[in-house]
Design a protein around this ligand. Structure first.
Ligand SMILES: CC(C)(COP(=O)(O)OP(=O)(O)OC[C@H]1O[C@@H](n2cnc3c(N)ncnc32)[C@H](O)[C@@H]1OP(=O)(O)O)[C@@H](O)C(=O)NCCC(=O)NCCS
Length: 178
C-alpha cells in the first residue's frame, strides 16, 4: 500500500466492483472519462475486466481509498511500454463528495511516485478532453505539461471536441517535489 496524507493506493479488490459500477454510472465520469460512448459499464463488464486484470501481471490497477478505508476512486496503468519506459494512465475520483478537494492530485502524485520510483518509468503521458478543465488543473498541479492538441478528436453530443496530450518526465516530477 502507498500511503499519503489523506489517501492511500492499494490493489483493486473484487469487493470494489459494486461501488465501481455505481461510480462509473455517474455523468461526471461518463462525460469526462470515456473516449468511446459515454455509456456506463455494467456489473458484468466490470467483473470481466476485473478477471482479466487480476491475471495481468502488468495491470497495475489501484484503488484510491480515504484514510477510513473507503474506496473513492481508481488509477490504472494503460499502454505500458517497457522498451521506451513510458505509460498512459486513467484516473477518476468516483465518489462525488471527494471531487475538487485535492484528493485526485494527492492520489496522482502517489501514483506517479510508484510509476517513476518503483516501475522505473521515464515519462508518463495522458490525453484529456480540453473541456475537462478540472482534470487539466489537477494534472497541471501534478506537474504535467501540454505536448499538443489533437483537434476535433472526440465526437460527443453532436459536436467534435479537442483532446489534449500532456506528459511529465521523471526529472520534472522530482523537481516539482523538492
Ligand atoms: C479529474 C479528477 C481525477 C481530479 O481529481 P479531484 O480530486 O477532483 O482534483 P483536485 O481537487 O485535486 O484538483 C482539481 C482542481 O480543479 C479545480 N476545478 C474544479 N472545477 C473546475 C472547473 N470547472 N474549471 C477549472 N478548474 C476547476 C479545483 O478547484 C482544483 O484546483 P485548485 O486546487 O487549484 O483549487 C476528478 O475530478 C474526476 O474523477 N473527474 C471525473 C473523471 C475525470 O475527468 N477523469 C480524468 C479523465 S482525463
Amino acid at each position: 500500500m502507498f500511503k499519503g496524507e489523506r489517501v492511500n493506493l492499494r490493489p483493486m479488490k473484487r469487493e470494489d466492483i459494486e461501488l465501481a459500477v455505481r461510480y462509473q454510472a455517474d455523468e461526471d465520469i461518463t462525460n469526462n472519462y470515456f473516449m468511446g460512448m459515454n455509456l456506463f459499464p455494467t456489473r458484468d463488464m466490470l467483473e470481466k475486466w476485473y478477471g482479466y486484470m487480476s491475471e495481468d501481471q502488468e495491470g497495475f490497477n489501484f484503488a484510491i481509498e480515504n484514510k477510513a478505508g473507503l474506496y473513492i476512486g481508481s488509477c490504472n496503468v494503460m499502454m505500458l511500454n517497457w522498451k521506451n519506459r513510458t505509460t498512459y494512465f486513467a484516473v477518476y475520483i468516483g465518489n462525488p463528495d471527494y471531487r475538487s478537494k485535492g484528493y485526485g492530485t494527492e492520489a496522482l502524485k502517489l501514483f506517479l511516485n510508484f510509476l517513476f520510483n518503483e516501475l522505473g518509468l521515464r515519462k508518463v503521458k495522458l490525453n484529456v478532453f480540453t473541456f475537462n478543465a478540472r482534470a487539466v488543473r489537477c494534472y497541471e498541479k501534478c506537474g504535467f505539461k501540454v505536448d499538443g492538441i489533437n483537434k476535433k478528436e472526440l465526437y460527443r453530443n453532436g459536436e467534435y471536441h479537442d483532446n489534449m496530450a500532456m506528459s511529465i518526465t521523471k526529472e520534472e516530477f522530482e523537481r516539482g517535489n523538492q
